[in-house]
Design a protein around this ligand. Structure first.
Ligand code: ZN
Length: 287
């Protein structure tokens, strides 16, 4: 079961054999919606009583690797989705799917279908072919080409929108400055033997509040990786800030360390001591 009622509804329709052949999903977060759709497709087809951690079956493994032949995800090539991308899709889907019941396409940024690519797409949505299921993802269905829109069943799939900088109550500019400093800081912690990295950070951000915000962002980055490794929807904007190796145990340990350090910030402990402790503990659990 999904937390989102829309996904549950599609799941139920599938089980009752009442699926539409094409769905238009308007969403405020295309990346999360795409991840959720992939989970849905695993859930529909997994032969191993699907759980989000299934690594037992070819289907779930291939979807995780973005390599399932019967699942094609199309994104704009440049400014538009091009007609030849749709032609390739048609060729790909001329064979019968191996691990899933349907050949499934997901068109991300479906509003970027232009007249000719939409026209090529019509074959799929106008005379639905048995065994082909489609999802059009868009952030704004009002600008989507009408011929496609009118032939889809439409849903809205919205996610919590509050971004990290509004949660931390800081300006976009300050947030951007933090994001510039964080990768360098983490890189320094993990790459060199000296402990005195606090200066590099404190020289730029002498205020206690800044350091607390930075630690909260680092916590959010590790948490995003934690979600990713557990195959839950995660914020790619966060994982893009800094690359962390896929090691669930290490990530869990670091989440505990960072949480404890942030709690220490609220006591009257010197910021220099806190940062020293942070560096030692983070390094101690580093592979
Ligand atoms: Zn599976």
């Amino acid at each position: 079961m999904f937390q989102n009622p829309i996904l549950n509804e599609i799941l139920t329709k599938y089980r009752e054999n009442k699926l539409a052949h094409a769905y238009l999903i308007e969403t405020n977060n295309l990346d999360l919606a795409l991840q959720d759709l992939k989970e849905l497709i695993k859930n529909l087809n997994c032969p191993h009583n699907f759980t989000s951690k299934c690594t037992e079956c070819n289907l779930c493994n291939l979807i995780n690797l973005n390599n399932l032949p019967s699942l094609k995800i199309i994104e704009p090539d440049g400014a538009n989705i091009k007609k030849n991308q749709i032609e390739t899709l048609k060729t790909d889907f001329s064979s019968i799917p191996l691990y899933s019941k349907f050949n499934i396409y997901i068109i991300k940024n479906a509003e970027k279908l232009n007249a000719s690519s939409a026209n090529a797409m019509l074959k799929f949505v106008e005379e639905p072919t048995q065994g082909i299921l489609g999802f059009f993802l868009t952030s704004n269905k009002d600008v989507m080409i009408e011929t496609i829109k009118s032939r889809c069943q439409t849903y809205t799939l919205n996610y919590e929108t509050e971004s990290l900088n509004s949660k931390l109550n800081i300006s976009n500019e300050l947030y951007a400055e933090y994001l510039k400093a964080i990768p360098k800081y983490l890189e320094d912690i993990y790459s060199s033997k000296i402990i005195n990295h606090k200066k590099t950070l404190l020289n730029i951000f002498p205020e206690r509040q800044d350091i607390e915000n930075i630690l909260k962002i680092i916590l959010a980055i590790y948490y995003a990786y934690f979600l990713k490794l557990n195959q839950k929807p995660y914020d790619q904007n966060l994982t893009n800030i800094y690359l962390i190796p896929d090691n669930l145990q290490e990530i869990s340990q670091k989440l505990q360390i960072i949480t404890k350090i942030i709690t220490n910030m609220s006591y009257n402990v010197s910021i220099e001591l806190i940062l020293d402790k942070f560096v030692i503990e983070m390094r101690g659990t580093h592979e």
